[in-house]
Design a binder for this molecule. Structure first.
Ligand code: ZN
Ligand code: ZN
Length: 182
């Protein structure tokens, strides 16, 4: 997952990259824990252009993962397909020293830039971050999943249970007793 700076010509560089999930440390960990089982490698289509000494990379990252439904614990498919724009630079641009708070150090991150060294940009960390951001925090097997009964554990997608809405009443009572201090 690298871009060679020398390959970026005046009209830019287009690249298609494919990388196995096992080569991304955090994704591999998610896979080993069973939180996200990736059924496809990570693919990246990107375009890199040189703009006043910086490298602007825009593209699309895609993969496919099997997660666990946060309501009913059945498999939930998660399709990752998201666009990104990143700007890499060897050094931070000079800032004027007017108006800034003294002693506050501006980092590359503050400026939305990623520092790199040498003749290549390693995209692995940035691509991994894009995949993680695109994975749902609360995966769902379907938008209408009714989940499990909090009292008897029945899968409400498959059967009604006779527990009634007691759980909701408890939550509602707690809300009614909640006073906001002014
Ligand atoms: Zn579900
Ligand atoms: Zn129940």
């Amino acid at each position: 997952m690298r871009i060679r700076i020398a390959d970026i010509k005046d009209d830019g560089l287009s690249l298609d990259l494919v990388e196995e999930v096992s080569n991304f440390s955090v994704l591999r960990e998610l896979q080993e824990k069973g939180e996200s089982v990736f059924s496809q490698p990570v693919t990246v289509h990107l375009r890199a252009v040189l703009v006043s000494g910086m490298v602007e990379v825009s593209g699309r990252v895609a993969t496919h993962a099997e997660m666990v439904c946060s309501r009913c614990l059945k498999p939930a498919a998660a399709i990752v397909d998201s666009t990104f724009e990143l700007t890499y630079t060897r050094e931070l641009p000079e800032l004027g020293d007017d108006g800034g708070d003294e002693g506050v150090e501006i980092t590359a991150e503050d400026m939305g830039l990623i520092l790199f060294d040498g003749e290549e940009i390693d995209l692995r960390d940035a691509v991994q971050e894009q995949v993680i951001l695109a994975l749902p925090v609360h995966p769902l097997c379907s938008r209408n999943c009714r989940g499990l009964c909090a009292q008897c554990g029945a899968d409400l997608n498959e059967q009604e249970c006779s527990c009634g809405p007691q759980d909701y009443n408890i939550k509602f009572a707690a809300l009614k007793n909640f006073k906001i201090d002014k």
